[in-house]
Ligand binder design. Sequence first.
Ligand SMILES: C[S@@+](CC[C@H](N)C(=O)[O-])C[C@H]1O[C@@H](n2cnc3c(N)ncnc32)[C@H](O)[C@@H]1O
Length: 199
Amino acid sequence: MQHFTEMAKTWDTPEKVERNIQYANEIKNFLPKDHSLKILDIGCGTGLLGGQFLNETNTLIGVDTSSGMLEVFNGKFQGLNNSKSYLMDMTKTDLPETGFDLIVSAMAFHHIKDTFPMLSILKEKLNKNGILAIIDLDEEDGTFHPDPKNMGVHHFGFSHDQNISWAKETSIELLERKIVHTVEKNEKAYPIFLAVYKK
Ligand SMILES: C[S@@+](CC[C@H](N)C(=O)[O-])C[C@H]1O[C@@H](n2cnc3c(N)ncnc32)[C@H](O)[C@@H]1O
């Protein structure tokens, strides 16, 4: 997506890095400690979230539809922990990788038009007892993005009920759903949720 490719080189800020360290620490509470993990970051961007798991992973795979974002991802992680990226939309093209212990996604699901097919695909890619951790905007009034139509926004965040219906429809267990951060923007507060699922 052109919008993200233009922003890729200046995407990372100290605030975003700080936020993603916090998200990753929350997710680490749900991970096994006894073996190295195969990890997928979906809508990885520059790898702000996936990159926080380098001590836990033997393989970090990033998937994104923006070539600019993946250039930055590759620049950071190429050669580290078998890192690899794929430029693709997984609802349209099959990812030639499977057997993940952990799939993470931060601020990408609101850009994914058909969330249920995506969730089914991600479930298939998880190992048994694998963890899927999604970070995104709580349901909002459509003001978070200045120009949602031209920014590829398909959802104005997701409610707790929507997170529960993802679990029901995909037959995956919702372990926890909580607000982990609040983004302050234009004098408004936008809560960010973490939803953790187990296959
Ligand atoms: C708001 S950015 C978040 C990037 C990164 N996860 C982060 O938190 O910094 C959303 C990302 O999702 C990607 N994206 C949008 N639609 C996608 C899709 N269908 N499949 C994979 N990635 C997608 C965009 O290219 C962009 O890099």
